[in-house]
Design a protein around this ligand. Structure first.
Ligand code: HEC
Length: 124
């Protein structure tokens, strides 16, 4: 009994440590923008199909946070609840999985977007 509790807390401590050290500060300019440029911008700027249908422009931090014509797609601090992350992770309806009609983004790129949202979706 005692050992089980001990092992549990060692594990917990290790996890906390890993999470604390493993996450670097994500930069919108240096990390997030290049990903959006590669996977989303061709459709989500004025003149693009995604912009025409959803109203979402990712041309700037401001327009990205403004979201679609239906409202915001990012809740700063909430990686699970943000529509942006739900779509790239394929957790929404397949018809609006993003990038639209293309292969999913690599996991490490999704993770960068997610961490950026978790860290507050800052314009840094
Ligand atoms: C090939 C074009 C294309 C690419 C690339 C693309 N999108 Fe889209 N996106 C669309 C279209 C078209 C819609 C409208 C879908 C609809 O409503 O049927 C859309 C809609 C959206 C919406 C609104 C969904 C809703 O209705 O709530 C979000 C959010 C979105 N895209 C995010 C992204 C992100 C993030 C990326 C990059 C990972 C991306 N898109 C890449 C075409 C694209």
């Amino acid at each position: 009994m005692k050992t089980a509790i001990l092992r549990g807390s060692v594990l917990l401590a290790a996890t906390v440590l890993l999470t604390a050290c493993g996450q670097k500060e994500i930069s919108y300019q240096a990390d997030v923008q290049p990903i959006l440029k590669q996977y989303c911008l061709e459709c989500h700027v004025e003149g693009g199909d995604g912009y025409a249908k959803s109203g979402l422009s990712m041309a700037s931090h401001e327009s990205l946070l403004k979201g679609t014509k239906f409202g915001s797609i990012i809740k700063p601090g909430d990686g699970l609840g943000s529509v942006l992350i739900q779509l790239v992770e394929g957790r929404a309806d397949p018809s609006i999985k993003m990038p639209h009609g293309k292969a999913a983004m690599p996991k490490d790129k999704i993770e960068v977007l997610k961490q950026w949202v978790v860290q507050g979706a800052k314009n840094n």
